[in-house]
Write a protein that binds this ligand. Structure first.
Ligand SMILES: [Cu+2]
Length: 516
């Protein structure tokens, strides 16, 4: 069935509703607007993903990392059960645990090596979302890890401090594998002692204390506490769940001990968008987007994130207060299917309980990073991408088709439009891009920093500038795609290669990434 149909109907439950006539469907439709504001029992302490242990190896052979050595991480993908709710445990997947994954941290300039062991009974992959790295290390559809095998990518981190993440990317099964729980953060830090960089800013930066990751995911549970992707009445985006997990915790609270707290938000949902704000409508400062810090903080009381996007915000708390992070109804998208896609929902996400004495040692500087600077660059090529009907430019993803090659060392401008009437977004591997314009105008403040994923409002035109540096390979492609995972799996994805001078686009196999 095509996914762009307005109403997608699954299962016996809706069959019964249909037999009962329009009134039965109407019950589902009415229930499709969820409002949990003030109704969540925040009784479980927010889980903080552990930091991944690294073994530092002296790398004599390649000399790649010089004196700093190579940081080697070990990630074990496994199936298991997780006690997410009262009653039966939920069958989940996780990495070094049964749900979600440890947070990897590495500094710019360090060489990392990550041993990814697949302990599942089927192939999967891990993709380093937002990372600038060789295509063969990217963990996309062409780097599947077979059941029982270990894949060990290695690269030198070379990009700004940023909140990146990792998740499976096997073609046709990315949505399912991610939904089961394979999601972790990858935080890039600036080099130690680099006083030009973010490390010198006095931002909140104590992990889990005043620098807190929030992996926000919606999930639908069946009557037996199991994740289900077969919800009764679905819209156009894929599975929309009615319960919110943060770092794998349902109904989480976080005890605030400092006046300022940095939250690293990841929309880790397959399909749901979040219009973040607080229950008292307080303002907060957006300090960073997908690719790192903004030039300056932006004060707002709402922040819209589509699947795969990240944001770093700084929130100020008063002693003794309680306030909830909430997702508010989305202003712009609606209609009948918009409601089924969750755009009318109001959902409580996480409670913040401030202590009576708050440490006050950090600050929010007026100047943070450097604004993207590609607006004046010489542009080597312009390309256009139209997303509609599970396709990009009228083509579905094919593993053995490389759509185009770009020249290493050049800047390109990609014009991206959503010509569909349904929500999509656009993610490009290997690079962070600058949004030059939206419908010809200067982008809003939350799109003025480095991005790797951008929401595509239907009918709007986004001009994205990106520089392709390093890592040429005519035969191993990077992906560009919609990050609503069902759309991606259904074929809304393409492939490009980065070419050295004089190189031609090569060939890539059809792969064995298709699941049955
Ligand atoms: Cu899409």
């Amino acid at each position: 069935m095509k996914r762009r149909t307005a109403l997608k109907i699954f299962g016996l439950g809706v069959g019964g509703a249909l037999l009962a006539g329009g009134g039965g469907l109407g019950v589902y439709y009415a229930a499709a607007r969820r409002d949990t504001a003030g109704k969540i029992d925040f009784r479980t302490a927010l889980a903080i993903p552990p930091l991944a242990d690294a073994e530092v190896m002296t790398d004599v052979a390649s000399g790649a990392a010089g004196a700093s050595g190579v940081r080697r991480f070990a990630l074990g993908i496994q199936a298991g059960e997780t006690q997410l709710k009262d009653g039966a445990p939920t069958r989940t997947w996780g990495i070094n645990g049964t749900y979600l994954a440890p947070t990897i941290r590495a500094r710019r300039g360090e060489t990392v090596e990550i041993a990814v062991h697949n302990g599942l009974d089927q192939e999967t992959s891990l993709h380093w979302h937002g990372m600038h790295l060789p295509a063969a290390m990217d963990g996309g559809p062409h780097q599947p890890v077979a059941a029982g095998e270990t894949w060990t990518p290695r690269w030198t981190v070379d990009q700004r401090a940023a909140t990146l993440w990792y998740h499976p990317h096997v073609h046709g099964a990315t949505a399912d594998h991610t939904y089961r729980g394979l999601t972790g953060l990858f935080i890039v830090d600036d080099p130690a002692g680099d006083d030009e960089a973010s490390a010198a800013l006095n931002l909140p930066s104590t992990y889990g204390v005043d620098d807190v990751p929030l992996i926000v995911q919606d999930r639908a549970f069946d009557g037996d506490n199991q994740f289900t992707e077969r919800i009764p009445l679905a819209g156009s985006l894929g599975v929309i769940g009615d319960e919110i997990l943060v770092n794998g915790t349902l109904g989480p609270y976080f005890d605030v001990t400092t006046r300022l707290v940095r939250l690293r938000l990841l929309n880790g949902s397959n399909a749901r968008l979040y219009n973040f704000g607080f229950s008292d409508d307080r303002s907060f400062a957006l300090i960073g987007t997908d690719g790192g810090l903004l030039a300056e903080p932006w004060e707002t009381n709402r922040l819209y994130l589509s699947p795969g996007e990240r944001a770093e915000i700084v929130v100020a708390f008063e002693p003794g207060e309680t306030v909830d992070l909430r997702s508010f109804p989305s202003p712009d998208y609606g209609g009948a299917s918009g409601r089924l896609d969750g755009f009318a929902d109001r959902l409580d996400i996480c409670r913040f309980r401030a202590g009576d004495d708050l440490a006050d040692t950090t600050e929010l500087p007026a100047a943070l990073g450097e604004a993207p600077d590609l607006g004046d660059a010489d542009v080597a090529a312009e390309r256009s991408f139209v997303l509609a009907s599970d396709q990009i430019n009228g083509l579905s993803m094919a593993m053995d088709r490389i759509d185009f090659g770009v020249q290493e060392g050049t800047v390109e401008v990609w014009e991206v439009t959503n010509d569909n009437g349904y929500i999509h977004n656009f993610h490009v591997h290997d690079v962070q891009f600058q949004v030059l314009t939206v419908d010809g105008a200067t982008p809003p403040p939350h799109l003025r920093g480095w991005k790797d994923t951008v929401l595509l409002v239907p009918g709007s035109r986004y001009r994205l500038a990106m520089r392709f540096s390093d890592h040429t390979d005519p035969n191993v492609p990077y992906m560009y795609h919609c990050h609503l995972l069902q759309h991606e799996d259904d074929g809304m994805m393409g492939q490009f290669v980065v070419l050295a001078d004089g190189e031609q686009v090569g060939a890539v196999g059809a792969g064995h990434g298709h699941h049955s």
